[in-house]
Ligand binder design. Structure first.
Ligand code: DC
Length: 243
């Protein structure tokens, strides 16, 4: 198992080959990024999990999503670290507790979307994300990877899909888990999350000018994975030819 990145903290330029995958909630980023990472032999970093771990802490403390002062103050009490097991699966730790299985609920996701607008939250996680990229070939998914976290990433992908398609995917996922849910509510939730993520002041979700736009509404996950892997291979060849 790799050591938690806290212990290998470094700032500055990424040293590895980095693929940034940004896009709205439910576009399939994590599924395709994980598969592309396995295909390319890269580390897969799910940055949403970091924001979710912090959100879990705020929820546990009973902090309201709109209470920015309390969120900022609580940032000083939170320590979020990552580690990867032998299969490359990411584990997230909140003050030493493995919370990987506790951060997937809608409540945590909504709190993460709200609290991630706060500067201290973003500041806290920036160094952790950059330290990962400094140490590994990484495919990192999130909202601001290509625009803020790794502006020099060798490959940038902006992955999106129609909100209705994203809601339907989420609905089927929850149904498969035996959870009862309402499609209209899920779609509404997705649209609200998109709005918050795209309109916050700091590091809003937007396509980097040099990112490849991929609309997965009518693509299979395999087609998206292939698109990413091909973009990475193309870039590698270009870099080799330029040397
Ligand atoms: O990708 P996700 O649904 O797990 O992310 C949860 C929230 O975290 C998302 O709504 C916004 C925030 N986030 C962010 O602001 N920046 C990132 N790089 C990743 C996630």
């Amino acid at each position: 198992m790799m050591e938690p990145t806290r212990e290998t903290k470094q700032t500055g330029e990424a040293k590895g080959f980095c693929i940034a995958v940004d896009g709205p909630a439910g576009a399939g980023k994590s599924t395709v990024a994980r598969a592309a990472a396995a295909r390319l032999g890269f580390l897969y970093a799910d940055t949403g999990a970091l924001y979710r771990a912090m959100a879990l802490y705020f929820l546990r403390q009973g902090i309201a999503a709109e209470d920015e002062a309390a969120i900022a103050a609580a940032c000083g009490e939170v320590d979020v670290t990552l580690s990867y097991d032998g299969q490359g699966a990411q584990q997230v730790f909140l003050n030493g507790e493995n919370v990987t299985g506790l951060i997937r609920s809608e409540a945590v996701g909504n709190m993460a979307s709200a609290s991630s607008a706060c500067a201290p939250v973003r500041q806290k996680l920036l160094e952790l994300q950059r330290s990962l990229a400094a140490a590994h070939n990484v495919i990192m998914d999130g909202r601001d990877i290509g625009t803020c976290v790794l502006p020099d990433a060798q490959v940038k992908i902006y992955l999106t899909a129609d909100p209705h398609v994203r809601a339907l995917r989420r609905y089927k996922e929850l149904e498969q888990k035996g959870q009862t849910c309402n499609l209209e509510e899920i779609e509404q939730d997705i649209k609200e999350r998109d709005y918050r993520d795209m309109h916050r002041e700091i590091a809003p979700l937007r396509q980097a000018p040099d990112a490849l736009y991929v609309d997965s509404s009518h693509m299979t996950m395999e087609e998206v994975v292939r698109t990413i892997a091909e973009a990475a291979q193309r870039k590698r060849r270009e870099m080799e030819a330029g040397q």
